[in-house]
Design a protein around this ligand. Structure first.
Ligand code: NAD
Length: 296
């Protein structure tokens, strides 16, 4: 593209969208409390001392309380036995004050992550990680969708409106981002391609797409000249890399400088998809509470 036809992509402000969504959830919570006489409740289980997980859990607690919901934190030592963790999940499944359950991952070595996640009642699975939730998404039944892909979809629909008929490439096939993202886009009647580490000639696959969602974990891998001009680019990646000042900085999976010269719209990192994840967790928790009480 020559410099005369080159335009700058509009930057999708995930931070502002997430703030609006949180305000909307808080309004919904107030209406729920007025109707039912109780607050929605989110239980978060943190096992061990992983520093990043501690930050995430602290942020989730703060946001949950700010939205007017109850936040129940359960901190367990790293040497917690599998059966004790499963007993806690069972107790939370039975607790009428708990609408949503989130077990912070990763769990310390020695604990069976999958067994713990599958023990969560699908009707309280606000992270959308159980096979029941994945199956509900796949078959079009109502259920909870993993927070990060749900946030990406909200940003896409806000930007593009009807997604029907658009061609979408999701780069990454993880259970928590890539696969549910592809299912959500399929549900919106996009023509979806899932690319991954074994995809041949990734740039030409990406070049065919109106929508590109990058969830890889490789700093600035997707370049501007891979993109179809005007494409909408959602960058899920969070990668910490060395900065010029000797410190570190966060970058996405997309090379923002070259991509924003070709794309129609693009999410920045930070400030794009990241803030949507917690906002969608609150959204799912309110949804869980409404479903449990049978209110709209
Ligand atoms: P993952 O490691 O589980 O999956 C990465 C995927 O990328 C794999 O499916 C793999 O096939 C694919 N891949 C790897 N190398 C590739 C290559 N060279 N070409 C094409 N595909 C390749 O990661 P994940 O949990 O899905 O996370 C992906 C990224 O998103 C990470 O940077 C992570 O930090 C970030 N993330 C962000 C949020 C958020 O809230 N914004 C949430 C979850 C994950």
């Amino acid at each position: 593209m020559d410099s005369e036809t080159q335009t700058k992509a509009s930057v999708i402000d995930g931070k502002a969208f997430a703030a609006d969504l949180r305000a909307e959830v808080a309004e919904g919570v107030a209406a729920f409390v007025a109707r039912t006489g109780r607050k929605p409740g989110l239980a978060v289980v943190l096992v061990g001392e992983d520093p990043a997980s501690q930050v995430y859990v602290r942020n989730k607690h703060k946001s949950t309380v700010e939205a007017g919901m109850n936040s129940f934190e359960h901190r367990l030592p790293a040497d917690t036995a599998q059966e004790d963790l499963l007993a806690l999940v069972a107790q939370l499944n039975d607790d009428p004050a708990v609408d949503g359950i989130l077990v912070q991952l990763p769990l310390p070595a020695g604990l069976d992550e999958n067994a713990v996640i599958q023990a969560i009642d699908p009707d309280k699975d606000v992270d959308g990680f159980t096979t029941a939730s994945a199956g509900r998404l796949l078959t079009g039944l109502p259920g909870f969708v993993a927070c990060t892909p749900l946030g990406c979809l909200m940003l896409l629909k806000d930007r593009l409106g009807d997604l029907s008929g658009k061609s979408a490439v999701v780069i990454g096939r993880s259970n928590i981002v890539g696969k549910p993202m592809a299912q959500l886009l399929l549900r919106e009647s996009c023509t979806v391609t899932i690319a991954h580490s074994r995809t041949a000639d990734l740039p030409s696959v990406v070049r065919g797409a109106d929508i590109v969602v990058a969830a890889v974990g490789r700093p600035e891998m997707v370049k501007g000249d891979w993109l179809k001009p005007g494409a909408t680019v959602i960058d899920v990646g969070i990668n910490r890399v060395p900065a010029e000042n000797g410190k570190t900085k966060l970058v996405g999976d997309v090379d923002f400088a070259s991509a924003s010269a070709v794309a129609g719209a693009i999410t920045p990192v930070p400030g794009g998809v990241g803030p949507m994840t917690i906002a969608c967790l609150l959204y799912n928790t309110l949804d869980a509470a409404r479903r449990r009480e049978g209110v709209d």
